[in-house]
Design a protein around this ligand. Structure first.
Ligand SMILES: *Cc1c(COP(=O)(O)O)cnc(C)c1O
Length: 377
């Protein structure tokens, strides 16, 4: 089936009892058992929920995977990934990941005996050089947030296979519509469903997708044992949202490209970072491993005061953290999403105070461009 057909139908069949076309929201913590030891396969809400199962099947199908395991947030999904490791194990991680990922790994899990090497994974040989005898995992984000650096997923997957390492890719920015890490050889794709998959800025959630039976078994165990599950209502909202993922992503991309092209010519702009621009240093890799370029545009203005002017004066864009919703958002990564990353660390990879990140929504693009224009003057 095509992507949109799967998006609308995978994991969903009309309700057995009433024929309801929309998957019911099973708001229940427990299930009646027919007699001692006999039940319908549903025992307790943390372990089993049909709305959640529908969502898991739906996103797994879009991500070309066998299994989806849903969590209460992207970070709780990441926490389950770290549940594959034990004290003494080592992971190699992209040095420019989501700020919360850095915080969870470096500021929390390090205290539990895990160790991390933060490397520039845009240069694949850096990964090979960082492998040691206790390395278990390579964790990459592509494109990264907010620098939109790409890592060659196929090349990294090959290195992982050769060295018996688990390859994890955070695919939040591209979504399965534009990029499929599992098809490129990765073991696990992770999403913050809070972003494009849900797409309406009204829930927080996460999901892991894998084809590997053993990894699935461990993730399923952790989902139940740790208990960071999404609510049935949040699952339903996300399931409602994936139906329109294809049309939303096409519009996000069309608007983002127009804004990137407008800003690239602007006298107050030093640099526009968007994988769909030929000026992007990894434009060729973008064309190779992605089927589109997404809706995120990062812009380095000529100085901090210009950046501040944009952030404070936009009216259609909303100054807020997060991304991927139908509504356009703007943020200042250095002081917002990446505030927990030390200044020296972030400036090493180019995240200066003059960078503004635009999450381009699906409003009329003329209104979005006019909004940035009026904010600058
Ligand atoms: C938001 C985000 C996360 C964390 O997800 P939450 O749902 O906020 O917990 C992880 N990775 C990326 C790329 C993100 O944008």
């Amino acid at each position: 089936m095509g992507f949109s057909t799967d998006a609308i139908h995978a994991g969903q069949t009309p309700d057995q009892v009433t024929g309801a076309v929309s998957t019911p929201i099973y708001m229940t913590s427990t299930y009646a058992q027919d007699e001692l030891g006999v039940h319908k396969g549903y025992e307790y809400g943390r372990t089993h929920n049909l709305t959640r199962q529908s969502l898991e099947k739906n996103i797994a199908t879009l991500e070309k995977g066998k299994y989806g395991i849903a969590f209460a947030s992207g970070l709780s999904a990441e926490n389950a990934i770290l549940g594959l490791m034990r004290a003494g194990d080592h992971a190699i991680v992209s040095n420019n990941v989501y700020g919360g990922t850095y915080r969870l790994f470096e500021l929390i899990m390090k205290d539990y005996g895990l160790t991390f090497s933060w490397v520039d994974t845009t240069i694949v040989s850096n990964i090979e050089n960082a492998i040691s005898s206790n390395t278990k995992m390579v964790y990459i984000e592509s494109p990264t947030n907010p620098m939109l650096n790409l890592t060659d997923i196929e090349a990294v997957s090959k290195i992982c296979r050769k060295n018996n390492l688990i390859c994890v890719v955070d695919n939040t920015f591209m979504t399965p519509f534009f990029q499929n890490p599992l098809a490129l050889g990765a073991d696990v794709a992770i999403h913050s469903t809070t972003k494009y998959l849900n797409g309406h800025c009204d829930i927080v959630g996460g999901i892991l997708v894998t084809n590997d039976d053993k990894l699935h078994e461990r993730f399923r165990y952790l989902q139940n044992a740790v208990g960071a599950i999404p609510s049935p209502f949040d699952c339903w909202l996300t399931l409602r949202s994936t139906k329109t993922l294809a049309v939303r992503m096409k519009q996000h991309q069309e608007n983002a490209l127009k804004i990137a092209q407008y800003l690239e010519k602007h006298p107050h702009v030093k640099k526009v970072i968007y994988p769909g621009l030929r000026s992007h240093p990894q434009y060729e890799l973008a064309e190779k491993q992605m089927s589109g370029f997404g809706g995120m545009v990062s812009v380095e203005f000529k100085d901090f005061s210009t950046a501040k002017k944009v952030l404070n004066n936009v009216k259609v864009f909303t100054l807020a953290e997060s991304l991927g919703g139908v509504e356009s958002l703007v943020c200042h990564p250095a002081s917002m999403t990446h505030a927990s990353v030390p200044k020296e660390e972030r400036e090493k990879y180019g995240l200066t105070d003059s960078i503004v990140r635009f999450s381009v929504g699906i409003e009329d693009v003329e209104d979005l461009i006019a909004d940035i224009e009026q904010a600058l003057y």
